[in-house]
Design a protein around this ligand. Sequence first.
Ligand code: NAD
Ligand code: TYD
Length: 338
Amino acid sequence: MKDLKKILVTGGAGFIGVNLIKLILRDYPDYHVINFDALTYAGNLVSLADVENNPRYTFIKGDVANREAVNNAIEGCWGVLHLAAESHVDRSILDAAPFLNTNVIGTMTILDAMRKHNLKRYVQVSTDEVYGALKPDDPEFSETNRLLPNSPYSASKAGADLLVRSYFKTYDLPVIITRCSNNYGPYQFPEKLIPLLISNALQDKPIPVYGDGCQIRDWLYVEDHCRALMTVFEKGMPGEIYNIGGNNEIMNLDLVKTLLRQIGKPESLIESVKDRPGHDRRYAINSSRIKNELGWEPQYKLEDAMQKTVAWYLENDDWIDSVISGDYMEYYNKQYGE
Ligand code: NAD
Ligand code: TYD
C-alpha cells in the first residue's frame, strides 16, 4: 500500500466535519483521516457509522484545549483541518465561556502542537460572522473587511483568526484561514434554522422565526464548502484568507416559506418570536479570490440542494429521532467501549 498522508480533522463528528470526512474518504485517496473530537452535544458518531471501519479512518476522542491529547493525536500528521468549535450563536449568548475555551484556547493549543511537530498545512475553518453585519446596499464581505463581530460566538472566532494570523507572522507557520457563509445539508444538528424547521414541521410543531424574519443569509451547500476546504488545503497560499460563499442571499422568512412548501406543511406553523439580541441583519460573501486564484466554484444551485437536503431529512427520520431522543450520545460507549 502506498504511503498515505495523515491529516487531523478536528471536530470531525460535527455537521461539516462529518460531510468533510466522507468526502475525503470517497474522493481523496491519498489521505488517512484522524478525526479528533470531544463529542460534545454537537458531536455525533452515528453519522459516521458507515465509514468507521474504513482503513483510512481513525477516531480519537479528545478536547482541542487539552495539550497532551492534542500532541499525541497530531504526532506523525502532515496537516490539520481545524473545525472543532462551539458553533451556535444562541448558546454563546447564554454562556460565552465554552466558546472562549474551545474556539480560542483550543485553536492556540492546536497551533502550538502544529509548530512542535512541524506540520506542513493548517486550515482554520472560520466564518463570515467575524465581519459583522451588512446593510441592505453594502457590498458583500471581502477578505479585507474589518473584523467587527457582534456575538460572543463570532468574537471568539475572530479572536482565533487573529491568533492564526499572528502564528503566520511570528513563526512562519503554513496556516490558512477560510471564512464561509451559512452551510446547509445532511447531518446538521437540529438547533440551526434549517434542520430545526424540518424537524419541527414533521412533528407539526411551530417554527420560531426571530423578530421580523427579514434577516438575510447567504446559503452554501455543505458539500460545496467541503470541496472548497480541500481546494484550499491542497492549493491555498499560506498566510492568506479565502472567503467561501454560495452566492445565495435569501431572507429568513422567504426561506422558511419555501421549505414549508417543499415539505407540504402550512405557513400557519410559522411563529414570530422575540428577536435574538445583537442579531446580524445581513451576511453576503464575495468569493472571487478562491474562484479566481484556486479555481473553486460551487456545484449546486440553491433550489436543487435545498430539495436534496429536505429529501435527506425525510428519508433519515431515524437520524433525527436519535438526536432528539439523545440516543446518539450512547453510540461512542457502545462502539468504542468506554
Ligand atoms: P458543529 O457544532 O456541528 O460541530 C462542532 C464539532 O466540534 C462537534 O463534533 C463537537 O463535538 C466538536 N467540539 C466542540 N468542542 C470541542 C473541543 N473542545 N474539542 C474537540 N472537539 C470539540 O459545527 P459545524 O457546523 O460542523 O461547524 C464546523 C466549523 O465551521 C466551526 O468551526 C464553525 O465555526 C465553522 N462554521 C460553520 C458554519 C455553519 O453554517 N455550520 C458556518 C461558518 C463557519
Ligand atoms: P442559524 O442557523 O442559527 O445560523 P446563524 O445565526 O449562524 O446565521 O440561524 C440562521 C438565521 O435564522 C439567523 O438569522 C437566525 C434565524 N433563526 C430563526 O429565525 N429561528 C430559529 O429558530 C433559528 C435557530 C434561527
